[in-house]
Design a protein around this ligand. Sequence first.
Ligand SMILES: NC(=O)c1ccc[n+]([C@@H]2O[C@H](COP(=O)([O-])OP(=O)(O)OC[C@H]3O[C@@H](n4cnc5c(N)ncnc54)[C@H](O)[C@@H]3O)[C@@H](O)[C@H]2O)c1
Length: 368
Amino acid sequence: MGVFTSGHQEAGHDGEAGGHEQVVFCQDKQSGLRAIIAIYSTALGPALGGTRFYPYVSEEAALADVLDLSKGMAYKNAIAGLDLGGGKAVIWGDPGRDKTEALLRGYGRFVESLGGRYYTACDVGTYPPDMDVVARETRFVTGRSVEHGGCGDSSVLTAFGVFQGMRAAAEHAWGSPTLAGRRIGVAGLGKVGKHLISHLLDDAAQVAATDIDSRAREWVRQTYPQVEMVADTSALVASDIDVYAPCALGGALNDDTVPVLTAKIVAGGANNQLAHPGVEKLLEDRGILYAPDYVVNSGGVIQVADEIHGFNFERAKLRATKIYDTTKQILELAAAEGVPPAVAADRLAERRMADVGRLRTIRLDRDH
Ligand SMILES: NC(=O)c1ccc[n+]([C@@H]2O[C@H](COP(=O)([O-])OP(=O)(O)OC[C@H]3O[C@@H](n4cnc5c(N)ncnc54)[C@H](O)[C@@H]3O)[C@@H](O)[C@H]2O)c1
């Protein structure tokens, strides 16, 4: 029997995924809502993370995903210097078929019931207009549409931040942050990939790109005729590139791609680029500098986090510019401590959660 059997259950989670503060199962039979909200940590503030609307094969798969993703958000928010913890939610269903006003509003009520311990936003399968609907039931939502005072499409600062992280890696590897004259391979020409290409071309880089979707390829062909189109990701990875920017789905760095990769740097927008633990070591052994995914792609969460107190694009952009400094700091720390950059990033994020989170032991009046 699954856990979606009663209206609202809560479970303290301390299983093999480890250390989550709170996992909430939500169900509304009438609208077909089945959601799981996972809060990994509130050490730095309310947990922030998007809502993934996805047709999981099973409840176990949905749970595994939300536990993983919420932990990732805690690290991403910590490294981005935000006063926010990490959480995430999944709605188990087909967004094309199951997404209705009632379902989204029901979901909003469950978010509200957590009293501000969790802020939701967009993720795969949810968009700013969906957050506008969720916001009719809860205050704890961000990533709304511009018409509703929101920050709109977060891929704008995600791509900008990836560009900053790539510049920092270039500086670390080659002594200069410019990408002029370098050949960058962009895999995935969706929202993030398209914006990234524009930054790269402005910096006089050469761009080679690929996507499985012919409409995305066609858009880039029309908009940026100077971009060289490559047949597929395997061809792109094996071609002569200086930087590889995975901007499609997770697992781009794996046992097949890393051995044939010609690039000296990997810096891209995709989440969860390392297919399994140990890939960061494979990259290091081949002398490839990996700018950790959650560090360089944190511009999107910086953009939506800014909306919580009233969105200001310039302020958010300034904060996303700092991804350059953070990436540099992580690459230097990795070199100094003799560990892969992914390990150095985790250490830095954990240190901030522990050091700043601990300050709550200094009791304030408002704690009573
Ligand atoms: N949008 C954001 O603000 C944001 C923030 C942080 C991280 N990310 C991550 O960045 C990645 C891209 O996000 P997005 O918003 O651009 O998504 P998107 O859906 O707009 O674009 C993804 C693109 O990748 C293409 N693609 C899928 N599989 C492919 C493959 N095997 N080879 C080549 N192309 C392939 C798709 O056709 C699509 O064009 C995702 O991993 C996402 O989780 C996005």
